[in-house]
Design a protein around this ligand. Structure first.
Ligand code: SAH
Length: 234
């Protein structure tokens, strides 16, 4: 599953430039029995299989380089993965992601090996691998030099606690739909103000929860007031 995802786009470029490294480890390589068994039946009965603790502990202990490494188990029971978490993870020299399968992993992995449990959303995947891909992609955007212009990460959705502003490109008019005039004004101050206002407006419309406990930047409350007044107008 992994080579196809990591062999393109910004991740590939980051790997080629040596800005980061990705290593995929097969838990079976850390078994000691003839059948290279990584799973077993659950104690107490019931259906399904559980990933055994020994190969997971052995694998993490073999690949973990130092105490700065962050060991995360992907799990639907974890803290919800978000932009702030991605940025924090990018500050570690190494992140170890453990992918579960079947019914999940032996509870001792959760309690005594992982530093954190991370969920990518309130649904159950059949394995942690797609979640790991999501985490690697989001974290890599915060690794210095990975995203071409650092600026584009700065104004991306969530970076400043609000959504990104609207983007337009050529043509100037498409099926009668025009690009907002202000973007042709050449007045950078005016454009910046318009973008900030639209970003706040989008956030208010789509994700009002983000604004609830946000510390507003200078000028934001004035823009929000303008937006509220425009909404009131018939
Ligand atoms: N029985 C478990 C689910 C196991 S799903 C429960 O109900 O909590 C199998 C594996 O898929 C998990 O061990 C985990 O690694 C991964 N997984 C499933 N859903 C996920 C999610 N929302 N986020 C991250 N990983 C997930």
């Amino acid at each position: 599953m992994f080579p196809s995802v990591f062999s393109g786009g910004i991740i590939r470029k980051a790997l080629d430039k040596g800005l980061m490294e990705i290593a995929v480890h097969d838990l079976r390589d850390y078994t000691r029995d003839k059948h290279r068994q990584v799973d077993d039946r659950p104690y107490g009965g019931l259906e399904g299989m559980v990933l055994k603790p020994e190969p997971i502990f052995a694998a993490v202990e073999a690949v973990r380089r130092d105490t700065d490494a962050r060991v995360c188990l992907l799990s639907p029971q974890g803290a919800r993965f978000d932009s702030a978490m991605a940025e924090e993870m990018a500050s570690h020299r190494q992140v170890v992601l453990i992918c579960g399968r079947y019914e999940g992993v032996d509870e001792r992995v959760i309690r005594h090996l992982a530093d954190a449990e991370i969920s990518i959303g309130d649904y159950v995947l059949s394995g942690g691998e797609p979640a790991a891909v999501v985490v690697v992609d989001a974290v890599s955007r915060f690794v210095g030099g990975v995203v071409g212009k650092e600026d584009s990460v700065r104004h991306d959705s969530f970076a400043e606690g609000i959504l990104d502003f609207p983007h337009y490109t050529r043509p100037r008019e498409f099926r009668g739909l025009k690009v907002p005039q202000v973007l042709f004004s050449g007045d950078h101050k005016k454009i910046e103000r318009w973008r900030r206002k639209k970003a706040l407006e989008k956030t208010l419309e789509k994700r009002p929860d983000l604004l609830r406990d946000k510390k507003l930047a200078p000028g934001d409350s004035g823009l929000l007031e303008e937006i509220q007044n425009e909404r009131k107008e018939p």
